[in-house]
Write a protein that binds this ligand. Structure first.
Ligand SMILES: Nc1ncnc2c1ncn2[C@@H]1O[C@H](COP(=O)(O)OP(=O)(O)OP(=O)(O)O)[C@@H](O)[C@H]1O
Length: 250
């Protein structure tokens, strides 16, 4: 077995006939995304005086090109943890770094271009599939090739001019992934990207995400309720429970 180190290290080791896997090399690179002692409380009822702590000193390092999964009981704060990273919500205390820079020092729009998000239920706006995929390209003036992205996301060419709101949920999820890629992101936050899909569509989207992760060297944080899926897609599986994050071994 050989390790294909993360592309940012610039080192590749492929010995013919051996198995090549992605390996974490903590000696050679700074984490791409790092959470240091993050606390987050929420008000359970609007206007309530007391707040509940859902993250109690969470620390995590994710390296460039690495895929980690997040599991844990419902309501423990997995989505909140993702949303903290692209500043859809703010931590009460602690530090979050992207490329060693505090996320508060980024323009939030640029942060969200770099770190895309895919939700459990794909939300597309009224308009064609092409319009939906082009959204980020227009916003951030990237040179994304819409036809190429559609093809990468296994969206047939004849669907490009179809009304996006009329697609099946599986097709919509593939469009939302292509739309996220049009921003030329470096990382994707995946909030249960397959759990609203039937089995066949879920398998397609799972293998699509895995292929894109390798082809684009994307860092991915993938929330899932399925332990089997977590194990299929990554060797770095974390569980969030009682405000704490722990890595699962074995
Ligand atoms: N903006 C908010 N205001 C108030 N409470 C919130 C807010 N966002 C999240 N919460 C609460 O924080 C807790 C964690 O929510 P979160 O969606 O992060 O959990 P989760 O682990 O992703 O859950 P699930 O697995 O069911 O999707 C829940 O009790 C939720 O009701």
């Amino acid at each position: 077995m050989t390790c294909r180190l993360f592309a940012s290290t610039g080192i590749k080791s492929d010995i013919p006939g051996s198995t090549t896997i992605l390996c974490r090399d903590t000696r050679m690179a700074e984490p791409h995304i790092e959470l240091i002692d993050v606390y987050k409380t929420v008000a359970r009822q609007p206007g309530a005086l007391s707040r509940s702590e859902i993250l109690s000193g969470v620390s995590l390092k994710v390296y460039r090109g690495e895929l980690i999964t997040l599991m844990g009981p419902s309501g423990t704060g997995k989505s909140t943890l993702l949303r903290l990273i692209n500043r859809l919500t703010e931590a009460d205390s602690g530090t979050i770094l992207v490329d060693s820079v505090n996320i508060k020092d980024y323009d939030p729009r640029e942060l969200r271009r770099r770190i895309g998000m895919v939700f459990q239920t794909p939300v597309l706006f009224k308009g064609s599939v092409r319009d939906n995929i082009s959204f980020g390209k227009k916003l951030w003036h990237t040179d994304a090739d819409i036809e190429a992205l559609a093809s990468e996301a296994a969206i047939p060419e004849e669907l490009l001019d179809a009304d996006a709101t009329h697609l099946s949920v599986g097709e919509k999820q593939r469009v939302s992934i292509a739309r996220a890629l049009a921003n030329k992101p470096e990382a994707l936050l995946l909030d249960e990207p397959t759990s609203a899909l039937d089995r066949a569509s879920a398998e397609k989207v799972e293998s699509l995400l895995l292929r894109l992760q390798v082809e684009h060297n994307l860092t991915m944080l993938w929330v899932t309720h399925e332990r089997a899926q977590a194990r299929r897609v990554s060797r770095h599986n974390y569980v969030l429970e009682d405000g704490k994050l722990r890595e699962e071994h074995g």
